[in-house]
Design a protein around this ligand. Structure first.
Ligand code: SF4
Length: 348
């Protein structure tokens, strides 16, 4: 993509994703011909104001990790825009993209797999600083590593140890220190707590929240677990087979989920009130393949509320009081102005 990036027409949040499409070719035969595509991300829009957290939620294989990787350009999308600080990252060549790589960092799910076992913690955390020219000398970087480890509540004296000498939770703290060492503005947390015990999950969520308050960070929190987002996220985007099916401010979306899929996900959370759980629609069967998404509403094969129109026509994202819902049953339930007013109310 070589087009000259231009600023979007209106005042921007820190990150705005528009019409993002990342498909992967399916090759077959001796000649490795393209016989189809996995539509991992299919026309996705998202936005996150500076200093806020958006949770991107969905079952395994729905495309949420590919959204994160597309934003970071670890995979190349075929279409769309990723506006960051008003610049379209998808329009930048590798040289122009380099300064933004520092500003967008990622914390991965498996801290053991993402930390080089042969490197000491000091070098793991200092690696990014060195490549982005942070710190005038090795001694200065060591000092910064010590400060980073304190910030994530690890003992700075442990910086000379190797990753295997730490617990899972401690390793995730090292991963967070490594991301923060280069002073990012946006951190993509990709299933960052999924591999941890529940009690450790709560500690890492607390840490992320404290760091956000102290440093003004913006988070894109990618998770399959709708239960954990209530604590951390200001807003939620629910993803299903490559598309966003519901968005909204967190509290309102939990109170009044509009899309049958969101209601099904909420019903699976043990802490949700049993009356609401039994009233929620069941999500039937398995997730369809993004290589062959169902026609019409992609959720119709699993939706207990599907009706005649659903397999024939694809629903738009209709405005609802707290955001938007991609379901015919939400059509006419709210206006864009309602959604904006509701968002303002939640923030005040
Ligand atoms: Fe269910 Fe139809 Fe709504 Fe899709 S459009 S979520 S199938 S009711």
């Amino acid at each position: 993509m070589s087009a000259q990036p231009e600023a979007p027409p209106t005042a921007q949040p820190l990150l705005r994703v528009e019409g993002l499409r990342t498909w992967f070719p399916i090759k077959a035969g001796v000649l490795r011909r393209t016989v189809g595509h996995v539509r991992a991300v299919d026309d996705v829009d998202l936005e996150i104001p500076a200093g806020r957290t958006l949770a991107l939620v969905g079952e395994s294989g729905c495309g949420k990790t590919t959204v994160g990787r597309s934003i970071l350009r670890l995979v190349e999308p075929q279409a769309g825009h990723v506006w960051f600080e008003g610049v379209d990252l998808l329009g930048l060549d590798p040289g122009a993209l380099q300064p933004y790589r520092r500003k967008l960092q990622v914390v991965f799910q498996d801290p053991m797999a993402s930390l080089d076992p042969r490197m000491r913690v000091r070098d793991i955390v200092a690696e990014g600083m060195r490549s982005f020219g942070i710190g005038a000398s090795s001694a200065e970087r060591t000092e910064r590593v010590a400060a980073m480890l304190s910030r994530v509540q690890l003992d700075p004296d442990q910086m000379w140890r190797y990753p295997h000498e730490f617990s899972g939770g401690q390793r995730q703290r090292i991963g967070i220190a490594r991301a923060l060492a280069v002073e990012p503005r946006l951190v993509i947390c990709d299933e960052a707590i999924s591999a941890l015990d529940v009690s450790i999950q709560a500690q890492i969520l607390n840490l992320l929240r404290d760091l956000q308050d102290e440093l003004g960070l913006t988070y894109l929190f990618i998770t399959h677990d709708l239960g954990v987002v209530r604590y951390l996220a200001d807003s939620v985007a629910v993803m299903y087979v490559g598309q966003i099916v519901e968005t909204g401010e967190t509290e309102q979306l939990f109170r009044e989920p509009a899309h049958p899929y969101t209601r099904g996900l909420l019903a699976a959370i043990p802490s949700v009130d049993p009356e609401r759980r039994s009233a929620a629609p069941q999500v039937l069967g398995d997730v369809p393949s993004p290589a062959n998404p169902p026609p019409g509403c992609r959720f119709h094969t699993r939706c207990a509320e599907a009706f005649e129109r659903c397999p024939r026509e694809a629903p738009a994202l209709y405005p609802v009081a707290h955001g938007a819902s991609r379901c015919f049953l939400s059509e006419g339930r709210g206006s864009a102005d309602d959604a904006k007013d509701s968002a303002k109310r939640d923030r005040s």
